[in-house]
Design a protein around this ligand. Structure first.
Ligand code: ZN
Length: 415
């Protein structure tokens, strides 16, 4: 069978950069990239330049997205520990009661909204280690947040190394649904396996770059391999593959930056370009198709993150062709897993068709992401996304996005 039909993929961890940083990506380019990658539902992270930590900011983002998206999009909320009173404002029954004049809310089924378990957001994202944006939470806030956030909705945690253990400690004290984002080391995944065996209600995700790249790749990728968590030694990568059944889902952590920002030649992250970062710009990286840079080099003052929406599924199908995964694993990791953790229901006529025989090269110039680069530029992959259908409508075919801005739906959490 050459054309294989799989359910529309769900990516619960993307940074679409809209509003405020639309030089990197926007709701239209990011969701076009999603369709080109076989994804029909995304959940966007709250670490915009102005963190989405109030209902008002969330509403603004939703209003903006509604006009621009070409696939379905939900949102995670953020917290810096000072917005506990905002949590109740996200409950749809409260919003309905308050008679909020929102067309989108009125359009939805009002009896469903009256249920106390339905919310405007899909999860709460907490950053316990530094990443993109001024968004960092001290661990002392965890117990209060864990106790205040609605228990049925997951809290997602960005925690690396020792903060990973801090989070598990708090979950032990206050058991509640926790999703550990981008698990990347043997240590972290072992701790997750142990915690699951103990019956803690946790799930975990792994990114494609932590499965398909390792620390060695930072030598040729230079700043384009700078991400949080960083690329890991081969022993960690091997452990993730060996224990893939313990992983609940794959999250692309699509985190685009412009090529110039990555090279450190423009202001990025509010940091002026420094001598150190300028030095990175001179040796051409293989990212732009020129000669690869040689030798290890340090990466400073470049924004963290890589785009991933368009390369994840082809990489996974390539792993299938190498007998490292089964098609069932791909569907579990990119559809069933995220659907279960974030309670997402997709229609039967929302699906992706993959040409499993196609063999092609990933090229930056063919990408839909505004950032126009990938750490996998030049890789040969097996399996090409041929067509994508959203609620029965053909939205992608033969390398062309057919959906128009505003045709995607906003997704809310409904129990
Ligand atoms: Zn992220």
């Amino acid at each position: 069978m050459q054309f294989m039909r799989i359910p529309g993929l769900i990516d619960p961890h993307v940074h679409l950069r809209d509003p405020e940083e639309t030089q990197k990506e926007d709701f239209t380019t990011g969701t076009r990239a999603a369709l080109a990658g076989g994804y029909t539902t995304l959940i966007d992270m709250p670490n915009n330049k102005t963190p989405v930590t109030t209902r008002e900011r969330l509403e603004k983002k939703r209003t903006l997205a509604k006009e621009k998206i070409v696939c379905d999009v939900g949102f995670h909320f953020g917290s810096l520990g000072d917005n506990i009173d905002e949590f109740a404002k996200l409950q749809l029954s409260n919003i309905l009661r308050a008679n909020v004049e929102s067309r989108e809310v009125k359009d939805e089924n009002s009896s469903r909204l009256r249920s106390n378990n339905n919310y405007l957001v899909m999860g709460l994202k907490l950053y316990l280690n530094k990443t993109t944006g001024n968004y960092l939470l001290g661990k002392s806030h965890l117990p209060k947040i864990f106790a205040s956030w609605p228990s049925e909705i997951p809290i997602l945690v960005h925690a690396i190394d020792e903060t990973f253990d801090d989070v598990l400690e708090v979950v032990k004290q206050t058991p509640r649904k926790i999703h550990l984002c981008h698990v990347s080391t043997k240590y972290e995944l072992s701790r997750v396996i142990e915690a699951k065996e103990r019956g803690l209600p946790i799930s975990c995700g792994v990114t494609p770059h932590h499965l398909f790249l390792s620390e060695e790749d930072t030598k040729h990728l230079g700043p384009f391999g700078a991400m949080k968590p960083p690329l890991r030694p081969r022993t960690d990568v091997d452990f993730l593959w060996k224990n893939i059944q313990a992983i609940d889902l794959i999250e692309s952590d699509h985190a685009p930056h412009t090529i110039e920002e990555k090279q450190g030649v423009t202001r990025a992250e509010g940091l002026p370009a420094t001598r150190r970062s300028l030095k990175l710009a001179s040796p051409r990286s293989s990212i732009d198709g020129k000669e690869p840079a040689t030798g290890p080099r340090e990466v400073f003052n470049v924004p963290f993150g890589v785009p991933g929406l368009e390369t994840t599924l082809p990489l996974l199908f390539t792993a299938v062709s190498e007998n490292k995964l089964t098609i069932g694993d791909v569907i579990r990791l990119c559809h069933e897993g995220p659907a279960k953790v974030f309670n997402i229901k997709t229609a039967n006529d929302t699906y992706t068709e993959v040409d499993t025989k196609a063999n092609y090269e990933i090229k930056n110039k063919n990408l839909f992401t505004k950032s126009k680069w990938s750490p996998f530029n030049g890789w040969r992959v097996h399996g090409k996304i041929q067509r994508v259908f959203l609620r029965g409508k053909k939205v992608f075919e033969d390398g062309k996005v057919l959906a128009s801005p505003g045709s995607g739906k906003l997704v809310t959490y409904s129990s």
